[in-house]
Design a protein. Sequence first.
Length: 320
Amino acid sequence: MFKHLSAYICILIVLAAASCSTTPTVSVDEIVNPSTEVVFPEDEALQVKIAEIAAESKGKIGVFALLMEEDRSVSFNGNERFAMQSVVKLPVAMTVIRQVNEGKFKLDQKAKFTTADLANPNQRSPLRDKNPKGGEVTIDELIRLALVESDGTACDVLTRLAGGPAAIQSFIDSFGIVEMEMKRTHKEFGKDWDMQYQNWATPEAAVALLDGLMPPTETGLRSVDPVFALISQRMVESVPGQNRIKGQLPPGTVVAHKTGTGGTRDGLTSATNDVGIITLPSGKHIAIAVFVGDSPADEKARELVIAQMAKAVWDTWSGR
């Protein structure tokens, strides 16, 4: 779907990093071999920079970034699987919005929820905190809570309304994405540590989903699909993760993104993720997914890795 850009120098950097660090890295086979296509020197340098950032970090790192209007991309462990955690709220909300567009629901329609729908105490849920005995709320507000507040209860109610995890998976499959699976609700994987890994995606698959939010127009530029306009708006308003993709970008940069954060057990944090679309000064767009899995680093360090990856991509492509 995308053109991977790499160079022999990148292979040397990655192999050198692997020889002096225990940080998981890609193998030679995972780096796409140079082809006869034009390879831009600045993209070669970007690939090297991303490998360097990953080599200095702790845990398993996965990155895929796409300059959407030019189909230029860079990847590091882009086809490796990572626990999505709250990144799953994006395909859930997109599924419901498509159903709204098809007439199954209305945004101002109220949905009831009970104590059976409430996320676990260890999961973020302003809706649960405000309504510990259940209640009712509009679908519009459920989408806002899921994407802006990363509310686990709101996401599970949306999942139930949509038809359960199978319906979400069917929506994902409709984009031709095969490296993303959604099998568990927040309530389920919040009770069982191992279940979170059953909701997984590769960085490349996450970018493919973002690509569906903003398909190409006849002119080759990108524009938000009208069906998903509300989704994009809510992603721009997202509260968590200000130090991730947005962390080192110029103030005022428009970033539509969705984070995902797992818990910590035995000193390892299962997931620190951010996926999103960055609007460049030129009006072009970067779709990027950065996943930090099973890391012993503290939150500041994990978020810094994501911010550095996004900044490296910005520095290379912001003039395009």
